[in-house]
Design a protein around this ligand. Structure first.
Ligand SMILES: NC(=O)C1=CN([C@@H]2O[C@H](COP(=O)(O)OP(=O)(O)OC[C@H]3O[C@@H](n4cnc5c(N)ncnc54)[C@H](O)[C@@H]3O)[C@@H](O)[C@H]2O)C=CC1
Ligand SMILES: O=C(O)[C@@H]1CCC=N1
Length: 270
């Protein structure tokens, strides 16, 4: 199976690295294009995959096509592929935020039965701990959805969800690595304020967050609040910090931030 990536920036590179590391496909089965041939060759060389000269050539070559360009670039890319898509049965996977299956279908008027699969991954695919949502239009066969799932299972976990839940999923998984890094960095700055070197403080905060997530993930029937209670010694240090966080509306602030991502996704769809 040959997989093609149109666009090879943050996300495509993360997926390719994870896919190759998982040995689901070899670098030899992966093809990419970027905005210039020189850049494509440079990135492909770094990743050990093939660069092709144009998006048209890529679409002719591969069995599955992954659109990994910014959402605003997708209309141009699909218009350029219109002729090929009218003759070739080529499932297209889009990872773009804010573009629905219906939006994508409207961009390929030459093939009213064009197969589109929508995936919302996150950056953690780089270390094969991504969380990806998958949905497909009615023209996609079960086996093809399964193949898309296999690609993203190789770089983390996948959830087949209804398209109506994509925005919610994007806020919880697609965007949240950025918020988690912000939290880690904030803790690390506190460490610096109180005398530790930045690199050491960041390493400690990162490992603390990683271990906390691993513990929560490993517990079968405990909620985050059950674990919070276990960390808070009566009259101790943690509860003092917890009260301070909630005085500053930590939970409400996070919910407001995720609501903002959903609102932005809605705006991008219009
Ligand atoms: N960055 C993230 O954490 C996530 C991003 N996404 C989605 O992934 C997509 C890509 O995002 P990033 O990788 O962050 O963007 P990026 O800006 O890092 O990469 C975009 C790539 O597209 C290439 N490109 C631009 N025009 C092109 C054209 N006409 N033909 C071929 N290649 C072209 C650029 O050279 C670059 O390699 C977006 O649609 C975004 O919504 C989805 C989930 C997470
Ligand atoms: O910021 C964005 O729009 C993309 C989608 C999810 C993560 N990054």
């Amino acid at each position: 199976m040959k997989i093609g990536f149109i666009g090879a920036g943050n996300m495509a590179q993360a997926i390719i690295k994870g896919l190759v590391a998982s040995e689901t496909v070899t670098g030899d089965a992966i093809y990419l294009t970027t905005s210039t041939v020189e850049h494509s060759q440079e990135v492909a060389g770094q990743l050990g995959v093939h660069a092709l000269a144009s998006n048209e050539e890529l679409a002719k070559t591969v069995d599955y096509l992954i659109l990994a360009v910014k959402p605003g670039v997708i209309p141009t890319v699909l218009t350029d592929l219109s002729a090929i898509l009218s003759t070739k049965d080529l499932p297209i996977i889009s990872i773009a935020a804010g573009l629905t299956l219906a939006d994508l279908a409207n961009l390929v008027p030459t093939n009213p039965q064009q197969k589109f699969i929508r995936v919302m991954p996150n950056m953690n695919v780089t270390v094969r701990m991504g969380v990806s949502a998958i949905t497909a239009n009615t023209f996609v066969e079960e086996q093809e959805t399964f193949t898309a799932q296999t690609i993203f299972d190789a770089v983390g976990s996948t959830y087949l969800i209804a398209e109506k839940d994509f925005r919610n999923f994007t806020s919880l998984a697609g965007c949240s690595p950025a918020y988690t890094y912000l939290f880690i960095d904030a803790m690390s700055r506190a460490g610096v304020k109180n005398g530790l070197p930045k690199a050491l403080a960041t390493k400690i905060a990162t490992e603390a967050v990683m271990g906390s997530a691993a513990l929560l993930s490993a517990t079968e029937d405990e909620t985050p609040w059950d674990l919070i209670d276990k960390v808070c010694s009566p009259g101790g240090t943690t509860v003092a910090g917890l009260v301070s966080l909630e005085e500053d509306a930590f939970t409400a602030t996070v919910i407001r931030a995720l609501d903002a991502t959903i609102k932005r996704d809605e705006e991008m769809t219009k």
